[in-house]
Structure formats: structure tokens, C-alpha cells
Design a protein around this ligand. Structure first.
Ligand SMILES: Nc1ncnc2c1ncn2[C@@H]1O[C@H](COP(=O)(O)OP(=O)(O)O)[C@@H](O)[C@H]1O
Ligand SMILES: [Mg+2]
Length: 260
């Protein structure tokens, strides 16, 4: 049975999409069958893997509210074996409003993804910067959540609200939702502030924090413009290597044998 991991934080620009793309690509590089689900109408994960969101007609949303079969909208990464994508497009914006009258509206994504758990080792969901219905659906579908936290001012701002939302989902919709880990992103070794944030987050959250810290690295910010993960842009870059480390950490934590 595959594991579904949501990458979530309602704060924008903290590295969710960068993490979702590069974690998924790294797991695939270790030959885990991996599916990336773009659950953000901004479709950054879709374009980051080289697809043009303007040409996409069906997203996870159509699988949630219409009768579109999830198997029919899966795209294969053109350049990474073991990596597939469920793309997004702008219509996902309307989903929240349209779904208000749908029964069990928080559980639609879980239902849509259920048949895929057998086919993949990991399913990574890139959430939008909100705690709205699509994100609630993502957290209800997920087995665990990765929370990227940017090593910047106000790093912890909003985290309380996110953790509270997770608690509510655990009590009402998804008892088994676990926190996979808090991921420090955009770390700059030269900045005192970055180091302070690392200290603060580690003091606060202790063993919940991943050992891997993602550095600020230009290869990570450049690679989406080429439609490829950092691994293909510059495999030796600190950015690419740090996401490989994260993938290894997650795989080991889940006791999935890396040597296959
Ligand atoms: N480790 C990093 N080093 C350098 N730039 C990064 C890094 N992580 C993210 N970025 C850049 O920061 C911006 C926001 O990141 P993104 O992953 O899109 O955040 P989110 O999905 O949370 O909004 C993007 O331009 C991205 O390329
Ligand atoms: Mg994003």
C-alpha cells in the first residue's frame, strides 16, 4: 500500500511546491513508484514538471466532483521514470464554491485517490496556500503531512493555525493523519537569522523536525523555468542533493527498503 503525503502550509512562498516536485522526483530516482498530485489552482507543480497548465482540461477536481476517472488524467513525466503527475488548472479555484453543497465534501479526494494507493509507493500532494476545502480534502486523503517552514522572519507565524487544523481533521475526518515532519527550507548558512530560526523551530518542535535542512539554492529556483526538477538541472547542486537526502530520510522513516 502506498503512502500519501501532503505538503502543506497556508503561508505562500515557503517552499511547498519546490518540496513537492523535488521530493517526488527524488523518491522516483530511488525507483519508488511516485505520483505527484497538483492540488493548487496556480498549477506550479504542473508547469514545474514541464506541462503547460493552459492545455490541461482535467485536474483532481474533476475526479472529485464529476465522474472523471483518476486513472484517465494521469500524465507520465517526460524525463523521469517512476514519476507520474495528476495536473492542475485554474478551474480548481471554483471547486471550493461548487463543492459546498456536495455531501461528504471533505472526503472527495480520499475517494478519488483510493484506487491509486495500490499502484504507487508514494503519492505526494502539493497543497495550495490556504486552509480551504481543497486543502482539507488533501489532509483528509493523506497519511501524513510535511510542513515546510522558511528560515525567515515570522517563520512560525500561522503554524499554530495549521497545527490546529490538523488536530481538527484528526478528530473528525482522518484519525490516522500523522505529521511526517517539519522541513526547514531556504536556509542560508551566512545569515544569523536563518540560524536563529533553525534553533527556534528545533527547540519548539524537537524530533518533529527533519534532520535534512533545505538550503537556499539557485538551482532550485531556476529549474521550474526549464520544466524539470533540480535533479535534472544540476544533480550535484546542494539543492538537488538536499532533496535526495530528504527522500532517503522519509523512505527510511517509513521502513521501506531503499535497495530494490
Ligand atoms: N531552497 C530554495 N532555494 C532558493 N529558492 C527557493 C527555494 N525553495 C523555494 N524557492 C523559491 O521560492 C519561491 C517560493 O517557493 P514555492 O516552492 O513556490 O513556495 P510555495 O509553494 O509554498 O508557495 C519560488 O520562486 C521558488 O523557486
Ligand atoms: Mg506552491
Amino acid at each position: 500500500m502506498g503512502k500519501i503525503i501532503a505538503v502543506a502550509n497556508q503561508k505562500g512562498g515557503v517552499g511547498k511546491t519546490t518540496t513537492a516536485i523535488n521530493l517526488a522526483a527524488s523518491l522516483a530516482a530511488f525507483e519508488y513508484k511516485t505520483l505527484l498530485v497538483d492540488a493548487d489552482p496556480q498549477a506550479n507543480a504542473t508547469s514545474g514538471l514541464g506541462f503547460d497548465p493552459d492545455t490541461i482540461t482535467s485536474s483532481i477536481y474533476e475526479c472529485m466532483v464529476d465522474d472523471v476517472k483518476v486513472e484517465d488524467i494521469i500524465l507520465q513525466s517526460p524525463n523521469i521514470a517512476y514519476l507520474d503527475l495528476i495536473p492542475s488548472h485554474i478551474d480548481l479555484v471554483g471547486a471550493e464554491v461548487e463543492m459546498i453543497t456536495v455531501p461528504n465534501r471533505e472526503e472527495k479526494m480520499r475517494e478519488a485517490l483510493r484506487p491509486l494507493k495500490e499502484r504507487y509507493d508514494f503519492i505526494i500532494i502539493d497543497c495550495s496556500p490556504s486552509l480551504g476545502l481543497i486543502t482539507v480534502n488533501s489532509l483528509t486523503a493523506a497519511d501524513s503531512v510535511v510542513i515546510p517552514v522558511q528560515c525567515e522572519y515570522f517563520a512560525l507565524e500561522g503554524l499554530g493555525k495549521l497545527l490546529n487544523t490538523i488536530k481538527i481533521i484528526q478528530s473528525r475526518l482522518n484519525m490516522d493523519l500523522a505529521i511526517e515532519g517539519i522541513l526547514l527550507t531556504m536556509y542560508d548558512v551566512r545569515l544569523r537569522l536563518s540560524n536563529q530560526v533553525v534553533e527556534e523551530v528545533k527547540t519548539h518542535f524537537q524530533q518533529m523536525v527533519f534532520e535534512t535542512i533545505i538550503p537556499r539554492n539557485v538551482k532550485l529556483s531556476e529549474s521550474p523555468s526549464f520544466g524539470i526538477p533540480a535533479l535534472l538541472h544540476d544533480a550535484e547542486s546542494k539543492g538537488a542533493l538536499s532533496y535526495l537526502n530528504l527522500a532517503r530520510e522519509i523512505a527510511e522513516k517509513n521502513s521501506v527498503a531503499l535497495e530494490k
